[in-house]
Ligand binder design. Structure first.
Ligand SMILES: [Zn+2]
Length: 168
C-alpha cells in the first residue's frame, strides 16, 4: 500500500501539463495503485471526495482515478470530445485545497469523454451533472488548471464549514 502525500495549492507542480501514457503496463499500474490507495485513505479521513488526478500525488502523467459508491473508473489519457452548450453552477472543492474551502464555478452540464482503461481498452462515455462536473475538474488537473482559476467573482468562495451549513 502506498498512500502518497497530496500536492497542495501553491505548489508549482500542480500547474504543469501532464504527459500522455504511450504504453500500458507496470508504470501505469503503479500510479493507479497509488492513486487508489491515496484516494481511499483521503475519503476515510475527510469523509468527502470522489477522485484524484496523478499530478495531485506528484506524478505528471495523464491518468485519473475515481472511486464512486457504485463503480470505480480509471481514465488514461482522457480527452473531452464534446461539451454541452448548457452550463450549470456548482460548488467545487479539491484535495489539493485540503477540502478547506469551496468555490462556485460554472461547468458544462454534459460532456463526452474518450479515454483508455488501465488495460488499454478505448472507451467513449457521456457524463451528466455531478459526474460531468467531476471529470471536468479532474481533466483540468492534467492541464495544470485548478477550480480556483474559474472563479469569476471572489464572493464565490466559502469555507467548508459554511458549505456544510448550506448543504447538510
Ligand atoms: Zn482537484
Amino acid at each position: 500500500m502506498a498512500v502518497r502525500e497530496v500536492v497542495l495549492l501553491g505548489n508549482p507542480a500542480l500547474r504543469e501539463r501532464s504527459e500522455e501514457f504511450k504504453s500500458f503496463g507496470e508504470e501505469l499500474n503503479t500510479v493507479v495503485k497509488d492513486l487508489r490507495d491515496t484516494l481511499i485513505h483521503l475519503q476515510e479521513k475527510k469523509e468527502i471526495g470522489r477522485a484524484l488526478a496523478a499530478p495531485q500525488i506528484g506524478c505528471q502523467r495523464r491518468v485519473i482515478y475515481c472511486n464512486l459508491p457504485e463503480e470505480e473508473i480509471v481514465m488514461v489519457n482522457p480527452e473531452i470530445i464534446w461539451r454541452s452548450q448548457e452550463k450549470f453552477q456548482v460548488w467545487d472543492s479539491c484535495f489539493s485545497f485540503d477540502i478547506a474551502f469551496f468555490v462556485r464555478v460554472s461547468r458544462h452540464r454534459s460532456i463526452k469523454v474518450k479515454y483508455w482503461s488501465e488495460s488499454g481498452e478505448e472507451n467513449i462515455r457521456t457524463f451528466d451533472d455531478d459526474l460531468s462536473e467531476l471529470f471536468q475538474h479532474e481533466i483540468d488537473h492534467l492541464e495544470g488548471i485548478l477550480a480556483t482559476d474559474l472563479l469569476t467573482d471572489n464572493k464565490n468562495i466559502i469555507m467548508r464549514e459554511e458549505w456544510e451549513k448550506r448543504h447538510k
